[in-house]
Design a protein around this ligand. Structure first.
Ligand code: SAM
Ligand code: DTB
Ligand code: SF4
Length: 332
């Protein structure tokens, strides 16, 4: 059984990342089956509860107010719209509902109070609730936790060096501080990144290093392929090759064996065969539903067919992030 380590060196991660692809996938699949039920994939659904008009300048993001994209600034969705989207997601087999807001940071206002109310109500529907609302204070994290929040998404996106080239309105240190706040409040940390933004292999390796040497590994690690949206500075970036996704996923799986590794944005541009390689490489979570936040996602029927053909089943909500089989062995 692979140890859970938070002392990975950059050299070790570089050597894992550069392993010939099929050998790398084999090694990741070995770690995956030791730590997880390989037939299970977590099904999550996103909802953008507050879209567009964001003051930040993240170069990949269609929701930044600085770029002329087709995404307009909207006010926060009504509570009944949010709750019916959560019900629809649950009926479609999703066990985690993630609410996203195009905010630099959460503020102590009426909208935040409504988010708290939504967290409580969706948790009562027996779904794992995740939020991604930008930077958080300790006081806000306490309120979210009290309302039942299961996880908080806050991505590092890339290496610190590349991050500073694509975002000028906040620092990597700001991100790390919010992640500490989330972790200290015993909310599961969901933290990953994006590939395909023009970063080097070294930036990707540094991202995995920063994630896998946190005080404890994130509960979930979303690996996003850039969706190059018209109007953003990254609109002309080429499509991410599927093997780059599989390589990132495998490296995340080997270095963070217990984490849920999510094949996140970009799945819409991948065939079933390409996605199958990513599951083989250790991905065990996806987003389903018509939309991610503002962009199109895979067709639900096609996803259901994919689960059938690959023999995958949706993972139950609130299942411990550690392998049950492993816990049983430990108990004997
Ligand atoms: N505003 C909050 C924040 O930045 O943390 C929450 C919402 S933000 C849209 C959530 C994450 O979506 C970002 O951290 C980024 O990793 C991802 N994302 C945004 N636009 C993307 C794109 N075009 N392609 C892939 N991932 C993207
Ligand atoms: C994550 O890592 N990816 C999701 C979720 N966390 C919030 C967001 C993807 C957004 C893709 C672009 C869009 O739909 O706006
Ligand atoms: Fe705003 Fe988040 Fe988009 Fe950055 S990624 S522009 S913070 S919504």
């Amino acid at each position: 059984m692979a140890d859970i380590r938070t002392d990975w060196t950059l050299d070790e991660i570089e050597s894992i990342y550069n392993t010939p692809l099929l050998e790398l996938i084999y090694q990741a699949a070995t770690v995956h089956r030791e730590h997880h039920d390989t037939g299970e994939v977590q099904v999550c659904t996103l909802l953008s509860i507050k879209t567009g008009g964001c003051p930040e300048d993240c170069a990949y993001c269609p929701q930044s107010a600085r770029y002329q994209t087709e995404v307009d600034a909207e006010k926060m969705l009504d509570s009944d719209v949010i709750l019916s989207a959560a019900e629809k997601a649950k009926d479609a087999g999703s066990t985690r509902f993630c609410m996203g807001a195009a905010w630099r940071n959460a503020r102590g206002n009426k909208d935040f109070d409504r988010v708290i109310d939504m967290v409580r109500k969706v948790t009562d529907m027996d779904m794992e609730v995740c939020c991604t609302l930008g930077m958080l204070t300790d006081e806000q994290a306490v309120k979210l936790k009290e309302a039942g929040l299961y996880a908080y998404n806050h991505n590092l996106d890339s290496s610190e060096d590349f991050y500073n080239r694509i975002i000028s309105t906040r620092t990597y240190e700001d991100r790390l501080e919010t992640l500490d706040t989330v972790r200290n409040n015993e909310i599961s940390v969901c933290c990953g990144g994006i590939i395909g933004m023009g970063e080097t292999d070294r930036d990707r390796i540094e991202l995995i290093h920063n994630l896998s040497t946190m005080p404890s590994h994130p509960g979930s690690v979303p690996i996003n392929a850039l969706i190059a949206v018209k109007g953003t500075p990254m609109e002309n970036q080429p499509k991410v090759p599927w093997d780059d996704m599989a390589r990132m996923i495998a490296t995340a799986r080997i270095t963070m064996p217990d984490a849920m590794v999510r094949l996140s944005a970009g799945r819409v541009n991948m065939s079933m065969e390409e996605q199958a390689h990513c599951f083989m490489a250790g991905a065990n979570s996806i987003f389903t539903g018509d939309k991610l936040l503002t962009t199109c996602n895979n067709d639900l029927n096609e996803d259901q067919q994919m689960f059938e053909r690959l023999g995958l089943t949706p993972r139950a909500a609130f299942k411990s992030e550690k392998n049950d089989a492993q816990e049983e062995v430990a108990a004997e």
